[in-house]
Design a protein around this ligand. Sequence first.
Ligand SMILES: Nc1ncnc2c1ncn2[C@@H]1O[C@H](COP(=O)(O)OP(=O)(O)OP(=O)(O)O)[C@@H](O)[C@H]1O
Length: 238
Amino acid sequence: MSGLRVEGLSFSYGDKQALDGVGFTVDPGSFCALLGPNGAGKSTLFALLTRLLTARDGLIEIAGHRLDKSPRAALARLGIVFQQSTLDLDLTVRQNLKYFAALHGIAGRDAARRIDAALERLDMAPRADERARTLNGGHRRRTEIARALLHDPKVLLLDEATVGLDAAARASITGHVHALCDEGISVLWATHLTDEVRSADRLVMLHRARVIADGTAGDIAGDVPLQQRFLDMTGQAA
Ligand SMILES: Nc1ncnc2c1ncn2[C@@H]1O[C@H](COP(=O)(O)OP(=O)(O)OP(=O)(O)O)[C@@H](O)[C@H]1O
């Protein structure tokens, strides 16, 4: 059973085809970078995976549940970190997580236990009682990732999760996210930054609505840096 399976997915905004027969799988416990230049179709793909949009053609399966046939079961196994922060800055870290847990019907001791465990996983336990407003960008992101884990998702989507962060914060977040994969979570990490992709990572490259490469980042890059290969393949080379 795959973590995430996408098959033959197409979507158009009127005449504009945003996705054209996109397919890939992310195995349980593996990290997959989704790399594409602006306009490649990443946001559209995420909107389809989270059911903000519905595709007429194609299949999405999350932890074995088809999104069209069993949306509740599929979405219950999906965690999401959106590009724009959605923390309440006036609440503490713990309160932000508690609120989200309540939205999922998780309360009381169960919520407290899950919140402690999620904060622990992201090394955010010492900041549990700080207001989100006082946190730096990296810690805010780690809070959002911890929050996305509360309902025990099998698949985690992160949309440009490190935008605006410095190199140290970015490295810390990519490290934490890889550790989540080691614990069995499947991760789809959308980015347009090649330096966030490790050579051993699985890489799906999206360009002009289609998958143009799917494999190990090191294999796709070959004998040139990934950035160079990406620019060559997307026709953006100087
Ligand atoms: N609401 C819309 N109406 C018409 N065209 C759209 C709409 N949203 C996106 N598009 C077009 O669909 C294509 C894919 O857009 P999408 O936002 O999914 O790409 P992206 O890879 O997420 O890019 P970015 O990183 O810039 O957000 C682009 O050509 C975009 O102009």
